[in-house]
Design a protein around this ligand. Structure first.
Ligand SMILES: Nc1ncnc2c1ncn2[C@@H]1O[C@H](COP(=O)(O)OP(=O)(O)OP(=O)(O)O)[C@@H](O)[C@H]1O
Length: 316
């Protein structure tokens, strides 16, 4: 069954495109000449340290903040040009920003009525996010995970082709994270455009197809996850042998660079594991260990964004 099966005709999935997007608040440049594209059918991860400008960019996309310069469009149009924005774009910004005294189904009903959507859709989205049993509970009693589910339900009410989710995995337990990931995957597989933000590389690694990495409001990288890993992670090989000196000499003769790690290990930076293994075999050198060590994406991300001083202060 399609993720958001409903009586509504499917809304078109179109790309999101930022071009020279800039936002200044006094002396602070929150978003700085940012250009990127998020395409239909894939999950685009919008990644940056706290304070990098993600929320500001997403707010500009949703027409809630006016750019100082540049544009951010949905299928080449500004959100204000749509007569039916809820059918075009679903958004999750601050999941807790709901009236605490209101019951969940009334919250959705109010949104549906304002957006000109039918009542029937409320039951459908409650079901879709697993909140049917909590439909009559006040949202003030909701956990963060339930708030996130309700936020997603609201975003999906109009069965939109584009979904914009600001830190949707924040504060979720492992089961909730798995659920949110699967939902995003399914929505993308239906051809929708999914743009979601996070400040955690580890979350992106497991969820995103494409990455838009920003720091201090500026674009740092735009690539598929694979390209990003290939381009930015350095690979090393740990090799251990009882014939430590012979191995070092053999590698040197092959022009391969290495460091002497602690104990009888060498840390090879100039070749992959299979090359090191072949050299050892050719030279008749016994190996006790041959391990590929990849720099973690979290390390790469911190290195690439290390100038983002906002992160330093938030992380402290
Ligand atoms: N309304 C505002 N007035 C003044 N400065 C703002 C405003 N909104 C954001 N900023 C500043 O713009 C910068 C970017 O903030 P933004 O919230 O967009 O970052 P973010 O990447 O979403 O980070 P976080 O995850 O912490 O929200 C920060 O320096 C922030 O202090």
């Amino acid at each position: 069954m399609p993720v958001a099966e409903s009586a509504l005709a499917p809304a078109p999935a179109v790309d999101i495109r930022a071009q020279g997007l800039t936002k200044r608040y006094g002396n602070t440049t929150a978003v700085d000449d940012l250009s990127f594209t998020a395409n239909p059918g894939v999950i685009t991860g919008f990644l940056g340290p706290n304070g990098a400008g993600k929320s500001t960019a997403l707010r500009m996309l949703l027409g809630l903040t006016k750019p100082t310069r540049g544009t951010i469009t949905i299928g080449d149009r500004h959100i204000s040009e749509f007569g039916d924005p809820a059918r075009r774009v679903g958004a999750l910004l601050d999941a807790r920003a709901v009236h605490p005294q209101r019951i969940a189904s009334d919250h959705l009903l109010a949104f549906a009525q304002t957006a000109g959507l039918g009542k029937k859709r409320v039951g459908e989205v409650l079901d879709l996010v697993g909140l049917t049993d909590a439909a009559k509970r006040r949202t003030g009693e909701f956990s963060l995970g339930m708030h996130q589910r309700l936020g997603i339900a609201t975003a999906l009410l109009g069965d939109p082709g584009v979904l914009v989710l600001d830190e949707p995995l924040n504060g979720l337990d492992p089961e909730g994270i798995r659920w949110m990931r699967t939902l995003m995957r399914d929505l993308a597989a239906e051809g929708r455009t999914i743009l979601f933000s996070s400040h955690l590389m580890s979350e992106m690694e497991l969820t995103a197809d494409n990455l838009v990495v920003i720091g201090q409001g500026r674009l740092i990288a735009e690539a598929t996850l694979e390209e990003f890993v290939q381009e930015h992670t350095t690979q090393t090989v740990t090799v251990r042998s009882p014939e430590f000196d012979e191995l070092g000499s053999a590698l040197s003769r092959a022009g391969i660079t290495f460091d002497r790690a602690a104990g009888p290990s060498l840390l090879v930076t100039g070749a992959d594991a299979s090359t090191v293994g072949k050299i050892a075999a050719t030279e008749g050198i016994a190996l006790e260990e041959l391990t590929r060590v990849r720099e973690s994406l979290e390390d790469v991300f911190l290195r690439l964004t290390h100038n983002a001083t906002e992160y330093e202060s938030h992380a402290a």
